[in-house]
Design a protein around this ligand. Structure first.
Ligand SMILES: [Fe+2]
Length: 147
């Protein structure tokens, strides 16, 4: 059903979504300026989504007999997405998020390829859904940036 490459790929995605969950909290807390209320709320919506996505990724890994990363140390070892860097400007936060979503889209495309070659439809379906959502969020953040 699955293979080690796919499971490792799912774990790397999980590490990234876990970092992003935490980073979105920092954005929610530290955003400042005239866009505060809009972004404070948007970042909350997004960290709630990333909490659910991380849980779905971890449970998919368990379903295919893998072991999801479960400590922050392991998460930071495995993640490519960078932690919160102290930004307070809304523009910087949104630009960072667009880049992070690009990373997730690129990485998840590779995991889909390995899942497809292993005949792992469950993983393909799960990631396809997340990708639709990440693409839509990226479009919205880009629209906000060009306002
Ligand atoms: Fe809050």
């Amino acid at each position: 059903m699955s293979n080690a490459v796919t499971t490792q790929g799912l774990n790397r995605l999980l590490a990234d979504t876990t970092v992003l969950y935490e980073k979105l909290h920092a954005f929610h807390w530290y955003v400042s300026g005239p866009q505060f209320f809009v972004l404070h709320e948007k970042f909350e919506e997004l960290y709630n989504r990333f909490a659910a996505i991380s849980d779905d990724l971890a449970e998919r890994i368990l379903t295919v007999s893998g072991k999801p990363v479960a400590t922050l140390r392991e998460v930071l070892d495995l993640a490519d997405i960078a932690e919160y860097d102290g930004a307070t400007a809304a523009q910087d936060m949104v630009a960072t998020l667009v880049r992070d979503l690009d990373q997730l889209l690129e990485k998840s495309a590779r995991v889909i390829e390995s899942a497809e070659s292993a005949g792992d439809r469950g993983t393909v379906n799960l990631l396809d859904g997340f990708r639709d959502e990440w693409q839509k969020t990226r479009w919205m953040l880009n629209a906000w940036q060009s306002a």
